[in-house]
Design a protein around this ligand. Sequence first.
Ligand code: OSB
Ligand code: MG
Length: 370
Amino acid sequence: MIRVERLSIFLLELPLVAPFVTSFGEERTKQALLVSLTADGVMGWGECVAGSGPWYSWETVETARYIISEHIRPLLSGHKTFSHPSELPVVLAPIRGHAMAKAAVEGALWDIYARLQKRPLWQLLGGAREAVPAGVSVGIQPDIPSLLAAVEGFLAESYQRIKLKIKPGWDVEPVRAVRARFPDALLSVDANAAYGWADLPTLRELDRYGLLMIEQPFSFDDLLEHAQLSRELATPICLDESITSARRAREALELGACRIINVKQGRVGGVTESLDIHALALDKKIPLWCGGMLETGVGRALNVHLATLPGFTLPHDISATKRYFREDIADPPFELKDGHIPVPQRPGLGVEVNWDRLLRACTWSRTWKL
Ligand code: OSB
Ligand code: MG
């Protein structure tokens, strides 16, 4: 039995090593929301993947802070004991939506659960890999030479797949240039919902470059138009933003809206929901990979553990720590080894929060007794 006693929230601000530019905006610093739960003297950590503004998702660090403080906390206070972390989504079910807020707390509970058993989380999830293939998501660059230099650097570091962020006006040209220079690279693109039917000619152009997938070309909550687009293109459509739960994943596959799913445990509401999507994907023979949200070491660790499951068969948006931060708040940093990220083998998430660095990055925190 896990008896949760304390809940803390930490809002952090960490400088990124380089600005990250997507079709929905530019990020220079990472705002992170970390959650810790204490049970039987053991502390577990979770990270909320919501951004600083409602650009990728409608959730933000501020909506998550509010939902965790004012709505998740009372539900936790009313139900303090868990025999398994999968019981938490049932307790939180009265709260509709707010997947990212819920997932942060569930992540902390999984960490505690594994730490109490002194086992690395991947073992308890049913993982079966000692390292996971690393991909890298390359933001929109100021010009083609900068893009080629960035891609060349990442390939030299042995990243297994390069994902180019695209938007109208930065699509066919960068893809053509990267493909011409690196003919054998595993290449994909991510539009973050920046296109519509009027852009069909551009998408047909992109169809000619042997891309592994086109990620979320159409609206953030669309399934139907993606299903229609899927019939027009040879390149597989991968959905990210549109897959907000296992139910949505089932609907997407039923409609033929995607042939690949990007799993972000935070976006779908937690590890338990991700395991449901994993079971569905195995059943339907749909390849999965683990997406990223520029997480700190805490969130990155959870992604690495999840990515060890057998249905996760494509390279992930899980890159080395130094690609994001000069100084992360958790140790040890994640490093690349032969194009893979080794899976932590210590109990729980297998990373330790560095309190000095956490408190230096912290802009707000609060602790409650449950
Ligand atoms: O669409 O996958 C995305 C980062 C923030 C928000 C959305 C996305 C991303 C990335 C970065 O692509 C992936 C990473 O963490 O390396
Ligand atoms: Mg994406």
